[in-house]
Design a protein around this ligand. Sequence first.
Ligand code: PGA
Length: 207
Amino acid sequence: ATGSTPLGLYAELAKLCAEGKLSFAKCTTFNLDEYIGLDGTHDQSYRYFMNKNLFEKVDIRMEATHVPSGAVKSDEEAEQYDAEIKAAGGIDLQLLGIGNNGHIGFNEPDDHFSKGTHCVDLTESTIQANSRLFDSIDDVPRQAYTMGTQTIMYARMILVVANGEAKAQAVHDMCYGPVTPECPASILQLHTNCVVVADEAALSLCE
Ligand code: PGA
């Protein structure tokens, strides 16, 4: 996962690795999503984010790291991503953040749940939320590739991390709302091995 939420976790993992308490030498990773139109060298691309915040700070083999390629729009290439995950043996642990609107990866509120990795049009709320990281809102890409809801649900274990009051409604709806594609994270209620770690502000609407 990318975004602000996992930064503390990635810093901690890098620290443990530097102290020799943890190794990524045998890990293979698959990221959730990537903006379409940003090359991996763009400082707001998720490939760049992962390299800077985790991969370059641990002993992972770069060739074992996978991020959907958004540099050139190729839906066919994106659809190969699920086959690559399957060939690698599936995902053992899927780390997730959650959007203010309940999205997971870039699976935005919709009238149906998505399946495999696919192209999405980002919602205004996501464009708005992510514009804080760009010079102007006009620079935020309008589309992304994302693992589908089914891709995520295939993971053997899911860890959702959420911080802050802005996430309170989404965290409540994820855990206690109806299972509906209008809150994509709500489908995690049906996963048999999903853990949510959140601060008090994010949990403030949960009794
Ligand atoms: P954030 O994003 O960690 O930057 O809040 C999470 C998400 O949108 O999935």
